[in-house]
Design a protein around this ligand. Structure first.
Ligand code: FES
Length: 115
């Protein structure tokens, strides 16, 4: 799978020292609204649109179990893999994150016509 790797932070130190836990950080990347969140399990990126009925997940909240909870019907999704942990068989779109010496990057799948 080919990805566009887009830098979102300049360094690992920036994430460790300046990003608050459990705070949604919104980005508009390649036309997709993506939230990044730091938890005690790491850094995660997910699409803002709830797969159930399209609510903005940035208006929801994060649980101690590393889930994001939708504000509309309270379905929850595992931040690590997007699987629904309550509410039904929905899958939230998630994105890989890579931490490198020159920054922190989110991977967005390249479309077949971009390859
Ligand atoms: S729109 Fe998110 S749970 Fe229904």
């Amino acid at each position: 799978m080919a990805y566009h790797w887009i830098k979102i932070f300049d360094s690992k130190d920036e994430v460790e020292n300046h990003i608050q836990l459990h705070t949604f950080i919104p980005f508009q990347l390649k036309g997709e609204k993506i939230n990044v969140i730091k938890t005690d399990k790491g850094l995660f990126a997910f699409n803002d649109k709830c797969p159930h009925n399209g609510a903005s997940l940035s208006k929801g909240f994060c649980t101690k179990n590393n889930e994001v909870v939708c504000p509309l019907h309270r379905y929850s999704f595992d931040l690590a893999n997007g699987r629904a942990t309550s509410g039904g068989a929905f899958a939230l779109k998630t994105y890989p994150i890579e931490i490198k010496d020159n920054g922190v990057f989110v991977g967005i799948k390249a479309s077949w016509w971009e390859l």
